[in-house]
Design a protein around this ligand. Structure first.
Ligand code: SF4
Length: 220
């Protein structure tokens, strides 16, 4: 079994509560969504085919990493590969996902340790609302160490903040607010971001605001 993988590299996690950990990143090709702000190159052009054994060898060479970050694109699109790879992988698996492919998640949840699941806001992604899909996804993911990550910009609405907080409260998980970046700059002022955080904290106690740190320390 082989997977289309854009790149594999060891680096420092720059998002969410695991910021600062060294991880082995595996960037899978393909995604089921098209977010407006997406800046990730995940198409199969210039991608490489990795076998299960080939990737296991890279894990062996990077045993000092805290965990293996399965990212993309959307890694759950490569679920058949992950079903073979994960039972043999010696590093804890950290799944970075858009939080929609819950059936695929069911197939591999036993082998996942941490789940970073997105909440996609229509105001920021220009996608249709996905609250029901996220709910189904979180129900499966909550079996493991789960947190939600929500990219927002100045268009975020009070209704979106409330719905996201209610969803995270339902599963008693932390909500990470991540301001959208335009290039290497924050898309909103510090006052605006603080206001969004305060509104969220009125609805749910477990909320933090963490920008993309890797853009400031200039690592991949
Ligand atoms: S889910 Fe992630 S990879 Fe897919 S389009 Fe959205 S931002 Fe890009």
């Amino acid at each position: 079994m082989e997977a289309d993988i854009k790149e594999v590299f060891a680096s420092i996690q720059g998002e969410g509560p695991f910021v600062g950990y060294k991880q082995l990143f595996v960037r899978f090709c393909g995604c089921n969504l098209k977010c407006k702000y997406c800046d990730t190159d995940f198409d199969t052009a210039h991608a490489s085919k990795y076998s299960v054994n080939g990737l296991l060898k890279l894990v062996e060479l990077n045993k000092d990493c805290h965990s293996i970050s399965l990212t993309g694109g959307e890694p759950l699109k490569s679920v058949n590969f992950l079903k073979q790879f994960l039972p043999l992988c010696k590093l804890p698996a950290y799944l970075e996902t858009n939080g929609t492919l819950y059936k695929q998640l069911e197939d591999i949840i036993d082998y996942i340790t941490f789940v970073s699941a997105d909440i996609k806001l229509p105001s920021c992604t220009e996608l249709k609302p996905m609250w029901d899909l996220h709910d189904k996804f979180f129900k499966v993911a909550a079996q493991k160490e789960l947190f939600a990550k929500m990219v927002f910009n100045k268009a975020i609405t009070d209704e979106e903040i409330e719905k996201a907080c209610n969803l995270c409260k339902k599963y008693d998980i932390e909500l990470i607010l991540q301001p959208e970046m335009v290039g290497n700059s924050l898309s909103a002022s510090s006052g605006f971001m603080e206001n969004v955080l305060d509104k969220a904290l009125e609805k749910h106690r477990k909320v933090r605001l963490i920008p993309q740190v890797h853009k400031f320390i200039d690592v991949q």
